[in-house]
Design a protein around this ligand. Sequence first.
Ligand code: F6R
Length: 608
Amino acid sequence: MCGIVGYIGGKSASPILLDGLKKLEYRGYDSAGIAVFENNSVEICKTKGRIADLEKKLESEGEFSGCVGIGHTRWATHGAPDDINAHPHKGGNGRITLVHNGIIENYIELKIMLEQKGYKFVSQTDTEVLAHLFDFFYNGDSLEAMSKVMKMVRGSYATAVLIEDRPDEIIAARKDSPLIVGIGENENFLASDIPAVLKYTRDCYLLDDNQIALLTKDTIKLYDINLNEVHKDVYHVTWDVEAAEKGGYDHFMKKEIAEQPKTVRDTLSPRIKDGRVAIDELSLTDEEIKNIGTIHIVACGSAWHVGMAARYIIEKLAQIPCEVDLASEFRYRNPIVRPNDVCIVISQSGETADTLAALREAKSKGAKAVSIVNVVASTIARESDDVIYTMAGPEIAVATTKAFSAQLNVAYLLAIRFAKAKGLIAEQDERKLCEDMLKLPEIIEKLLGMDDFLKGLAKKYVDSENVFFIGRGLDYAISLEGSLKLKEISYIHSEAYAAGELKHGTISLIEEGTPVFAVATQSDLLEKTLGNIKEVKARGAQVIALVGENHNAADEFADDIIRVPEINDILMPSLTVIPLQIFAYYMALGRGCDVDKPRNLAKSVTVE
Ligand code: F6R
């Protein structure tokens, strides 16, 4: 979490830094700050709140005019989000200024060591340790100091440093937190993510772990931790800057919901050739697929919900045992992973700390890692054996929508590919499924047309305090997602339950008027779910049934019905999720919430 930016060139740095920070605000938004060289001393302006608050503060305190600076937008981990804990932080007697994204795990022992050497701390952050440590090692050679700092700290970081006696350079480094260098003409840039520099350049270096970047306005030099120079290929960004803009929508979330037909189409079409699945990126051979022992699916949050759905689909079509783990649990439970296992890693950002650690854990035990990732060249993508990119483009709203849909569709493709290798799917069934999948974008487009209806539904339920979601099988996976979407952006308490599990305790929470979304699209489970609908109805629930358009069995028990066009059962999650996203959006809007930037959250969770 947290976003960092840097600029060195001939223009005034502060507007460029502020502009970059706005593009990174999805990474954290509880405080922000910039530091700029002003007449050979580094001046800082920082504040609690968002970039807009920082802009106001700069206006009232006087703008900076210097051409070299760094900036930060924070998601607090150590210390409250206030003016003091906001970055940048100073080290030494002010000769070092730095910003940091990540967590320094051994900061307490380092702090004690530095205090014994006379360093004074003013904030509660782990970052201040980095600043003083850099000062401690700095003897006129910034590279040497950075290398020593990197060898001493444990944890994750992307950091950018200004040194008072080196006004013509910025030095930066990364480990387990993303950092890119934007290559300009007579100017260079640093950022946690590409959208922050896209206005100025399409050419970047993507730093790897334990690499250092030394920037002047005319040069960029890259080094490893032992200060050997490193030569990297330039990464040329091909997508448009507009992809990361709101494009006339009120919110990124709304825009991204609306982009789902395109996202699904772009994700599927290159991988369905002549009516059959062909995933060129997958290097697993038929023989290797036949020999897979267990598939371990690891992910966090919504991506884990995709994993839940993927398990049902893969087990059904390819009959390979699947385990779905929350990455944060998997990494610490010493999972049994064997060399003929495959680990499917799902992540939009490709930077989620727990998911990355789970991937490393699985690989260290000999499993092959196949990742489903959205952000090109992100760390998870780079560390996977095979990566299948979701073609969602930049996803800015904190609550995921289009990346979820794309991930789900990659799961379909993988399941079919595995089933094919095992001879478990006949050619005509594969062709029919592919044909149906290619219809999904058009049907999703139709579902987007339910906007007004869902807006009205949200109006009816906007004052609810608790909302439940129930479903079985694939409907359960979508219930989990519908519930998360609702709670994370509207702050309404919500829970999702496997419909058959509700009566083992949670049903005691159902009372007169409690809204219960019942997702019931799986034909073989319909009767069972219907039974569960009756159970909640009998306890006073207001039932909102989400069903296939030809099913009317739930009609007599439902207070509201959302009908979704019908397609092959395993593809239904791709459709049912859409009205749930739109409903959550309008609920959040109706309650005056900040839809794109919900409280306490950040888009890219690079801390564990
Ligand atoms: C919820 C949401 C999160 C992410 C989770 C994993 O709307 O977006 O739950 O799904 O933080 O993030 P990635 O996919 O970047 O690994």
